[in-house]
Design a binder for this molecule. Sequence first.
Ligand code: ATP
Ligand code: PRP
Length: 214
Amino acid sequence: MSGITIALSKGRIFDETAPLLEAAGIAPVESPESSRRLIIGTNRQDVRLIVVRASDVPTYVQYGAADLGIAGKDVLLEHGGEGLYQPVDLNIARCRMMVAVADGFDYERAVRQGARLRVATKYLRVAREHFAGKGVHVDLIKLYGSMELAPLVGLADAIVDLVDTGNTLRENNLKPVEEIMPISSRLIINQASLKLKRAALQPLIDGFASAVTA
Ligand code: ATP
Ligand code: PRP
């Protein structure tokens, strides 16, 4: 396709993406939030949006099915980032990747004693690297969501999950014990597209970047 395809996800990231699209001069012809359509036109003949799951955005961009996308650093780390440029931190959907445990669990002591920990998470790569870096032995259990439940029902000693306000942890009698890294969303670009469509892409990249600094 000679035009430009932008991959976005609904929900959290989209709310904060709308003003950035506007700053780049792009207005969807219908709201990606309410529409059931997966391909959405814009005010520009040569630009369309595709609506995908948040964790699928890097895959569409990696393979060139989309030229550009917006994805959380959490998702990018799990994907690996192959074939992607990540030129702009958009500073949206900010939160922290954390280790959390049940209120009554003495995490520091378990670590000091060299205990083997069971850790449930959607973020296997990040968790593996984090605990390897600390020299803590872990058995990782892959989950796809609602990680907070795992320590409550004996599936795991700890979880690695995203924390923003801390409300989800508090409401489930869990406590954060370690920050792994801050998370925000990035603009990502297919490496081949950037070479082949630079003239069309650069103004969009600049539009997004200026909206962030503003
Ligand atoms: P998928 O639909 O692929 O399973 P998801 O349900 O996690 O993904 P969202 O909840 O829309 O998708 O989250 C999208 C991104 O928003 C995450 O990848 C992360 O970078 C960021 N994010 C997630 N939770 C929070 C939060 N509580 N506060 C701020 N940002 C968050
Ligand atoms: C995210 C994350 C936590 C919660 C943290 O879930 O997985 O559960 O937000 O936010 P808080 O600290 O402000 O409570 P989300 O709401 O995206 O649900 P999902 O992962 O099931 O999509």
